[in-house]
Design a protein around this ligand. Structure first.
Ligand code: MF3
Ligand code: CO
Length: 291
């Protein structure tokens, strides 16, 4: 929580500057919002410049792995092969795949095809086929810093309906991104996303959202994409979180596979698409850490 610091004390952010010339005004702004009843971040999730550098390095590895997958992914390949690619590329670059053993997750990456919404577990029995839309969600630990991002891939010729879903899901992510600015609210991001999905006849998954990230894989805040603007946590400079809405062609309802306890499916069996980026709130707007 916001601690009481003297104006001439050293700032809590590690800058070695006096509080009064560093984060005092910042803290007062947050306190004022809190008094008005808004949800505000605590200092633990405000990243220091040093931490941000570490996260940028981690993000570079994460993106290189996704690029590598993008160069090789093709029809006939098993999702297990994607897992191997991710493991090998990540470790070659000195990183650790963050999903591996996370909460008992058995693989290095999530690969979610068509009606799989997210957290698809790679398997040698799951083959990519012409016409599939596939989300590959890569997360990396590098020097102790976490990064996370995902992209959709089209396998061969994909029908118009699914291509549009993938396109609109990307637009949703970008419209959400445009709402990222200091002293705005996570609900601004959510509403931009939800409005665009609805305008296209799609729905946004409610139960699974984005998250803060950096020192841990999943940090505060939890990021919903279905709340209204001007609600949810206030965005402040130094906060990093993911924008990763899951957009369903049909209804928003999902369920988790009872056997593996990970794979999330759409209830109506219709396809779902997701893009994920990691975003830093800056003094003037945002910086994309993974794209
Ligand atoms: N990359 C996923 C996310 O965006 C992480 C899922 S947890 C895992 O949050 F264990 F399945 F990797
Ligand atoms: Co994520």
């Amino acid at each position: 929580m916001l601690q009481k610091l003297g104006r001439n004390d050293l700032c809590w952010c590690g800058s070695h500057k006096k509080y009064k010339v560093c984060h005092e005004a910042f803290d007062n702004k947050i306190l004022a919002a809190k008094r008005q009843g808004h949800l505000v971040p605590n200092h633990e999730i405000i990243k220091t410049p040093k931490q941000l550098d570490g996260m940028r390095e981690s993000s570079k590895v994460n993106i290189a792995v996704l690029d590598y997958v993008g160069e090789h992914i093709k029809a006939g390949m098993s999702t297990e092969e994607i897992d191997q690619m991710v493991y090998e590329k990540t470790t070659q670059m000195g990183g650790i795949p963050a999903p591996l053993n996370f909460d008992g997750y058995p693989k290095s990456v999530c690969v979610s095809i068509n009606e799989v919404v997210c957290h698809g577990i790679p398997s040698k029995d799951t083959l990519l086929k012409e016409g599939d839309i596939v989300n590959v969600d890569v997360s990396t630990i590098y020097n102790g810093f976490f990064s996370d991002s995902s992209r959709m891939f089209l396998i061969g010729e994909v029908d118009e309906e699914k291509r549009k879903l993938v396109e609109v899901a990307k637009e949703c992510m970008n419209l959400g991104l445009e709402q990222v600015k200091p002293w705005g609210f996570l609900g601004d991001v959510a509403q931009a996303i939800n409005d665009h999905a609805k305008a296209n006849g799609y729905s946004v998954v409610k139960e699974i959202g984005g998250h803060g990230i950096g020192i841990e894989f999943h940090e505060e805040p939890w990021v919903s994409y279905v709340i209204p603007k001007n609600t949810g946590m206030m965005m402040v400079p130094g906060m990093v979180f993911t924008i990763e809405p899951m957009i369903n062609m049909g209804k928003a309802d999902v369920y988790v596979d009872a056997k593996d306890e990970w794979t999330v499916f759409t209830k109506d069996g219709k396809p779902s698409a997701q893009w994920e980026i990691m975003v830093l709130v800056t003094e003037n707007g945002y910086e994309i850490m993974t794209y």
